[in-house]
Design a protein around this ligand. Structure first.
Ligand code: C2E
Ligand code: MG
Ligand code: MG
Ligand code: MG
Length: 299
């Protein structure tokens, strides 16, 4: 592995060689390890999707879920997305991995519909590299046709960074995706280089409040004010709004009083393997939320 790392360093240019410190070496080694393992991960079937419920704050019902990728490597164990999505983006592998995620999420959701479970919407994260890929819209259309999932039951999560490099291309792509009938949401809203002007130009359906704001609701009045403002902004624009990373009853209570539509977070459930998520759906389990709702609200 050391020689691969050296080779990579040399490839960067001989002049860079002198800046190559031991710490960088370790980082580069980890990267090389992840990168080479990532190349085989798809064919070895090492990825799985976990699903995290999205809960309606008025009814307490599960109304959707976010598909989150997990990588089970035989030696490295469960590798969190934060450790490999970046590498997958840099190498371009994200395009194939993302295509797998899209297909698997749609297939699974359609299977749940066929099994007679509630017809929920599944949200899938899209990376910048996928957004730039030429056949994105055709690929999504093909996956919908192939899996037979109703387009309205697929939501695509985009981050603000995707729009910045070429706004007119972004407008075009979003309208093309929208024309397929899928829903579009903005993930981690408020953390990117937000420009409010795009909100009126882009055919967005949902804002997802970043969990850093949600986490600070109880201890930082500025963050609480930002959360309230995002909810009001969304509603004024006729968008729906979901808070991510809800962990406490206090946060939930604040969000509900401010009229937030949905929430997602450990307070209700961690992301679950498909079989466990299915059990949750079958039980229509809403006990954690019930405890904090007014008596009789769900009766
Ligand atoms: P994200 O899209 O913002 O997803 C939400 C992340 O917050 C998930 O982390 C989820 O497990 C975590 N989370 C949910 N509720 C809570 C909570 O109450 N508290 C805390 N502390 N965390 C919570 P995860 O699964 O590790 O994913 C991290 C990021 O990796 C995602 O952030 C997303 O940007 C990326 N990612 C995950 N799956 C995919 C994928 O299939 N494709 C792409 N392109 N990116 C993905
Ligand atoms: Mg997301
Ligand atoms: Mg998010
Ligand atoms: Mg986030």
């Amino acid at each position: 592995h050391a020689d691969i790392a050296m080779y990579r360093a040399k490839k960067l240019g001989r002049d860079n060689f002198q800046f190559y410190t031991p710490a960088m070496n370790e980082e580069a080694m980890e990267r090389v390890r992840i990168e080479s393992a990532l190349r085989c991960a798809l064919e070895r079937d090492e990825f799985v999707l976990h699903y995290q419920p999205q809960v309606d704050l008025a009814s307490g019902e599960i109304v959707g879920m976010e598909a989150l990728i997990r990588w089970q490597h035989p030696e490295m164990g469960m590798v969190a997305p934060d450790r490999f999505i970046g590498v997958a983006e840099e190498t371009g592998l994200i395009v194939q991995i993302g295509a797998w995620v899209m297909r698997e999420a749609c297939r699974q959701n359609r299977a749940w519909h066929d099994a007679g479970l509630a017809r929920l919407r599944v949200a899938v994260n899209l990376s910048a590299r996928q957004f730039g890929a030429t056949n994105l819209v055709a690929d999504i259309r093909a996956v919908l046709a192939e899996t037979g999932l109703a387009p309205g039951c697929l939501e695509i999560e985009l981050t603000e960074s995707l729009f910045m490099s070429d706004v007119s291309l972004a407008v075009e792509l979003l309208h093309a995706m929208k024309a397929l009938g899928v829903k579009l949401s903005i993930d981690d809203f408020g953390t990117g280089y937000s420009s409010l002007s795009y909100l009126s130009r882009f055919p967005i359906d949902v804002l997802k409040i970043d969990r850093s704001f949600v986490a600070a609701i109880a201890r930082d009045s500025n963050d609480a004010a930002i959360v309230a403002s995002i909810i009001a902004l969304a509603h004024n624009l006729k968008l729906s709004v979901i808070a991510e990373g809800v962990e406490t009853a206090e946060q939930l209570d604040y969000l509900r009083r401010r009229g937030c539509d949905q929430m997602q977070g450990y307070f209700f459930s961690r992301p679950l393997p498909a079989a466990e998520f299915e059990q949750l759906l079958r039980k229509q389990c809403r006990l954690p939320l019930l405890a904090t709702l007014d008596e009789g609200a769900l009766a």
